[in-house]
Design a protein around this ligand. Structure first.
Ligand code: NAP
Ligand code: GDD
Length: 345
């Protein structure tokens, strides 16, 4: 029989791609779903029949104990989180409870009920904050948000359970990764969907915050492979996964419109800056202070040479392929209208 994996956060973006990867590898896959979420399994529809889902919550020790005890997993992937950095400033205590204390709860469940299980923690490049790029495993942490502070607690807990309790527990320090399954509130998906809706005549403008933030955007399908590799090593260790390519929000906007056959030019500065379609001067991008964060992380670019050398992992999907994949996934909704718009332009 194949190995047994338990995934928290299975209903999210990475949960889908990881569950698919593990099922393809012959794993029996179990997942945790929150009791209060509604419509939480729509991403999982193609896989749903092959998965076993359990009610549980990262804020509830009893449910995590019960799930770990009954599933007896070989591998636990802790992907569950309040994962929106901007939102974490509004709900800092909740974010710490889910992302920080929740990780400790799950590690305790493992230690008590399945101590031989291997543990993957969904760590983040946000830990590096404004430490100079490129960032790697040696770069000092500089958390800028409640989200990053909570993930730092989780990171340190994983290291302690590894060194003090002898548990095979690892931190993946993952840079931004996107896909058609990306939540609508993250900037890449927001840009893709807005560009399509604007060109289809269904939306007035795309309203954004800091256009100058730089991120290292890869495709989630590559990153879940890296997670799996981290749990197959002889010795547990922490790894950065990244593409090594920087791209600003501004550039990402340009690339999405270019992929749709349109060119953007920029006018004005700061909150008055606008993005305009070259072909007809239509104002399609505006800025709003609401989308700025109390503390900005300016530039995240990963150096994943350690993962390349020790895991034989590298990000194989280019940003252009990622953008095309995200656009293609929306074609059912916007396809016909977009064609019309192109002919008119
Ligand atoms: P996501 O799409 O936001 O998924 C988050 C998952 O966590 C969802 O399944 C959500 O359930 C679940 N969850 C939230 N609160 C929970 C709670 N209290 N109890 C149980 N489950 C809960 O995030 P993602 O992009 O897949 O990212 C996966 C993980 O990697 C997260 O921990 C994130 O912080 C981390 N990470 C992501 C990136 C990235 O670029 N994507 C980079 C570095 C690290 P519902 O569906 O019910 O809301
Ligand atoms: N969400 C959002 N919405 N971000 C915007 C907007 C906007 O309207 N305008 C500009 N941005 C900027 C943000 O300020 C940030 O600098 C950048 O776009 C990316 O924002 P997000 O897509 O929300 O992602 P993130 O980088 O903050 O966080 C993601 O990546 C982290 C890894 O670095 C999340 O997936 C985190 O969970 C993950 O840890």
């Amino acid at each position: 029989m194949g190995k047994i994996a338990l995934i928290t956060g299975i209903t999210g973006q990475d949960g889908y791609y990881l569950a698919k990867l593990l099922l393809d590898k012959g794993y029996q896959v179990h997942g945790v779903r929150q009791p209060l979420a509604h419509d939480d399994t729509h991403h999982l529809t193609p896989l749903r029949h092959a998965l076993t889902l359990h009610w549980g919550d990262m804020t509830d020790q009893t449910s995590l104990n019960h799930i770990v005890q009954s599933v007896q997993p070989d591998e636990i992937y802790n992907l569950a989180a309040q994962s929106h950095v901007g939102v974490s400033f509004a709900v800092p205590e909740y974010t710490m409870n889910v992302n920080g204390h929740g990780t400790i709860r799950l590690l305790e469940a493992l230690r008590l009920y399945a101590p031989e299980a291997r543990f993957y923690q969904a760590g983040t490049s946000e830990l590096f904050g404004n430490s100079p790029a490129p960032q790697n495993e040696q770069t000092p942490f500089d958390p800028q948000s409640p989200y990053a502070a909570a993930k730092l607690l989780a990171h340190q807990a994983v290291v302690k359970y590894r060194t003090q309790h002898g548990i095979y527990a690892v931190n993946g320090l993952l840079f931004n990764h996107e896909s058609p399954k990306r939540g609508d509130d993250f900037v890449t998906q927001k840009i893709v969907k807005a560009a399509l809706a604007i060109l289809a005549g269904q939306q007035d403008a795309l309203v954004l915050g800091n256009l100058d933030a730089e991120r290292d955007w890869g495709h989630a399908v590559d990153y879940v492979e890296g997670m799996w590799h981290m749990l197959q090593q002889d010795v547990p260790d922490d790894f950065v996964l990244a593409t090594g390519q920087a791209c600003s929000v501004r550039q990402f906007v340009e690339e999405v419109f270019t992929a749709l056959g349109h060119q953007i030019k920029w006018q004005g500065q700061g909150l008055d800056e606008v993005g305009i379609l070259v072909e007809n001067n239509q104002e399609v991008v505006r800025i709003a202070a609401d989308y700025y964060r109390p503390a900005e992380v300016h530039c995240l670019i990963g150096d994943s040479r350690k993962a390349q050398q020790k895991l034989n992992w590298s990000a194989s999907t280019t940003r252009q392929q990622l953008i095309q994949d995200m656009i293609d996934a929306q074609q059912d909704i916007y396809g016909a209208d977009i064609q019309t718009q192109r002919i008119r332009a």
